[in-house]
Design a binder for this molecule. Structure first.
Ligand code: SAH
Length: 222
């Protein structure tokens, strides 16, 4: 999608990170391609740019984080993203995950509860040419206006699978959601097999910031 990007000192570091992701088991070529196109350094605070290609989460404004690159790759791979899919993201944060989905050709709606983060992400995504719809609000209730979705990705840790999200999936659609305590969660892929039939698969342990909202944690959970 980004066609005429100029070379920068970050290119070699970005390619090294992509190699690392492959070694750790990421095999979806489109995920790897998208992440090798997107300048993650532009989604982190200027003072942390030198760390943009370490495989770790980094702080952003509002005491939130940009997710670890491996986590972004792993969740995206688990959703089986194809061009043209309708995807809902809960937790825009820096906008990086939304950029990965948009670069893969998905039609993305992303919800963030902090207006400042949403505004910053929207500006960055627009400047890079990504057509992501950024909305401010409580994503635990989803966004009925864009439903049903092929895929929903929750990038914050929930106490349980938020039911409205499971119900906004298409039949055959997939929801990636970390479920557990406020500090540690297991990543579940919930597939909607029929109108009233869902199946959850546990893909292992991760750590996300808490999902705060009516179908999530209360504001002062940590
Ligand atoms: N996907 C982001 C990760 C950001 S961390 C990225 O690529 O950078 C998770 C984000 O979820 C935080 O910005 C937090 O404010 C947001 N969040 C938490 N609860 C939310 C809710 N109920 N609705 C929308 N956003 C929420």
């Amino acid at each position: 999608m980004i066609k005429h990007r100029t070379h920068t000192p970050f290119d070699a570091k970005r390619q090294a990170l992509i190699s690392q992701l492959k070694q750790r088991g990421i095999i979806d070529q489109e995920v790897l391609r998208a992440m090798s196109e997107i300048p993650r350094e532009k989604f982190v605070q200027p003072s942390l740019q030198s760390q943009a290609y370490e495989d770790s989460a980094l702080p952003i404004d509002e005491r939130q984080t940009i997710s670890q690159p491996f986590t972004v790759a792993f969740m995206t791979q688990a959703l089986h993203i194809q061009p043209g899919m309708k995807v809902l993201e809960i937790g825009t944060g820096s906008g990086y995950q939304a950029a990965v989905l948009a670069e893969m050709g998905a039609d993305v709606v992303s919800i963030e509860r902090h207006p400042k983060l949403s505004m910053q992400a929207r500006e960055k995504l627009n400047a890079m040419g990504y057509q992501v719809t950024c909305r401010v609000g409580d994503g635990t209730i989803g966004y009925q206006g864009g439903a049903p979705y092929d895929a929903i990705i929750v990038t914050a840790g929930a106490p349980d699978v938020p039911e409205p999200l499971a119900r906004q999936l298409k039949i055959g659609g997939r929801l990636a959601v970390p479920v557990g305590s406020a500090k540690r969660q297991n990543l579940f892929i919930v597939t909607r097999h029929a109108e009233e039939q869902w199946q959850a698969t546990d893909l292992g342990s991760f750590a996300f910031v808490p999902l705060i909202g009516v179908e999530g944690w209360e504001e002062d959970v940590r």
